[in-house]
Design a protein around this ligand. Structure first.
Ligand SMILES: *Cc1c(COP(=O)(O)O)cnc(C)c1O
Length: 495
């Protein structure tokens, strides 16, 4: 039986469903299972299989307490025609490398891969004998991308509701409209007077408010939960596209079964690249996983020195989804790489909390570096890469993908090992920055920028993004930080 416990202790014994419903362990650790890697995914027959079939094999290995029919139902609903390519995550040949496009979902960012299926998982986690009327309300503070992907995933999902807070005036025009025009009877969006950290801190306080939890449960049958990327249910769907990339390389006869592949991943919270590590443990021949950071290069310093130090200036860059100083999912990698040393993990995380830094033993660092490479790009390099990739390959990349593209181009090339760069957002999510990089007009609205970009490159903006200009705005509420609890309670009462 596969059970889950915290990265910081082995006392818990939860099923996958319980771990998904709960989100984070009581001691602050992340849920992991020691069964990971005991059953492998068969790579001999990957070529030619649809994404949905590969997803079934992978998710079946990772979440064994979901029934076959349950899993198939979740997969069919999550990876259907809301994706603009039937391969879901298509692989494109770009120059000497390959780009895995993870942005073909409804919100044009890679977070759709996980957030289209998490609500379907969540709806199937109601405990037997529990309150059958109980609704899970997802609460999220967002700096941009996560909020919209979560809204799109949870909109009208049975048994769930969602409230998203974003910092007023601190997200782009497209990002704000993506959220405020969201349809669905169970969604709520509210701007907050403050910055992202203020909103995030307030959300954490709301989660810790036991009296509020009792009122919500007693009066409205509502339990709060998080769609944060530390939830196992958000992590495991991302393992699938590593196998899908391998399947597509096999199909193109770039590799034979068993050949090794390298992945270069634009990294923030370490969820995307950690999924690559899980794929390797499930039997995928992964030679190296390359962490690509932006100017917030805390992971680069960690992987080169063994010291993780969050006490450093924070840079707001043109790749905002990678502007992170504490990469939460790193804790899971440290757990597995240290052979499940919960005492070490507890100590490191205490050091991080108390001193803002920790240092891993040298032997552990050596093991990590054997698999994980790293690099980073500053903003000028990112702009340069967007231009360079377009000029050389006639392929437009967004600023996040450009960090990874830069890191890939800097690495020595091993002609025997294909390289796959993960593309995490559509360039049309960041049309102003992309236009500036390409020397195009960037003076109008985001929508004018999209049109200029389309005209100049012969590419087509995703309809959902271009259509935002005329979409109806449903939410215009603004709350003070102190008022956020009331917003949550009213939303729960209105369900
Ligand atoms: C969230 C995000 C990332 C970072 O992914 P992690 O899993 O947090 O490492 C990179 N690019 C884009 C566009 C994102 O939205």
């Amino acid at each position: 039986m596969t059970t889950f416990h915290s990265t910081r202790s082995t006392t818990d014994s939860l099923t996958a469903k319980q771990a998904i419903r709960k989100g984070i362990a009581d001691d602050g650790g992340l849920f992991v299972t020691d069964a990971l890697g005991q059953s492998k995914v068969d790579i001999a027959n990957l070529a030619g299989r649809p994404y949905q079939d590969i997803a079934f094999d992978v998710l079946h290995a990772l979440l064994p307490d979901f029934g076959d029919e349950e899993l198939k139902g979740c997969i069919a609903a999550a990876y259907g025609d809301q994706w603009s390519d039937e391969r879901i995550t298509p692989l494109e040949e770009v120059g000497d490398d390959y780009v895995l496009e993870l942005f073909r979902g409804p919100t044009s960012a890679f977070k759709d891969v996980a957030l289209q299926i998490l609500p379907r998982f969540m709806a199937r986690t109601t405990p037997e004998g529990g309150d059958a009327d109980e609704k899970i309300m997802i609460l999220t503070a967002t700096s941009g991308d996560t909020g919209k992907a979560a809204l799109a995933g949870f909109a009208d999902a049975p048994g769930t509701a969602i409230t998203v807070f974003y910092p007023q005036g601190k997200v782009s025009q497209v990002q704000e409209l993506q959220m405020t025009t969201q349809t669905g009877a169970n969604v709520n969006v509210c701007a907050v007077e403050g910055n992202f950290d203020d909103a995030q801190t307030a959300v954490k306080t709301i989660f810790a408010d036991h009296e509020l939890a009792e009122r919500l449960a007693g009066q409205h049958h509502v339990a709060l939960s998080s769609a944060n990327s530390i939830n196992v249910g958000r992590l495991v769907p991302q393992v699938v596209y590593y196998f899908s990339a391998y399947a597509q390389l096999l199909e193109r006869q770039v590799i034979n079964v068993g050949d090794e592949v390298e992945f270069v991943v634009p990294t923030g919270n370490f969820g995307d690249i950690l999924a690559g590590y899980y794929a390797k443990m499930l039997g995928l021949p992964v030679k190296h996983l390359i962490v690509a950071s932006d100017r917030n290069n805390v992971l680069f310093d960690f992987l080169t020195t063994g010291t993780y130090n969050r006490q450093r200036p924070f840079f707001q860059t043109i790749s905002p989804s990678m502007d992170i100083l504490v990469s939460s999912n790193l804790e899971r990698m440290l757990y597995y790489m240290s052979d499940g040393d919960t005492r070490l993990i507890t100590m490191l995380m205490n050091d991080l909390k108390q001193w803002g830094a920790y240092e891993v033993p040298e032997t552990l660092l050596a093991r990590i570096r054997h698999l994980f490479g790293c690099g980073w790009a500053d903003e000028d390099q990112v702009r340069q890469m967007i231009a360079d990739c377009w000029e050389r390959n006639r392929y437009v990349i967004d600023p996040h993908t450009a960090c990874a593209w830069y890191v890939a181009q800097q690495m020595p090339r091993d002609p025997l090992t294909p390289r796959v760069v993960l593309a995490t957002a559509s360039p049309y999510k960041f049309p102003r920055v992309v236009n500036e990089a390409l020397g195009l007009d960037a003076t109008g609205t985001d929508f004018a920028c999209m049109d200029v970009l389309a005209e100049a490159t012969g590419t087509v903006p995703p309809a959902a993004l271009r259509g935002l200009e005329t979409a109806q705005v449903r939410f215009d509420a603004v709350s003070s930080v102190a008022g956020m609890t009331d917003v949550v309670e009213s939303a729960a009462a209105a369900l």
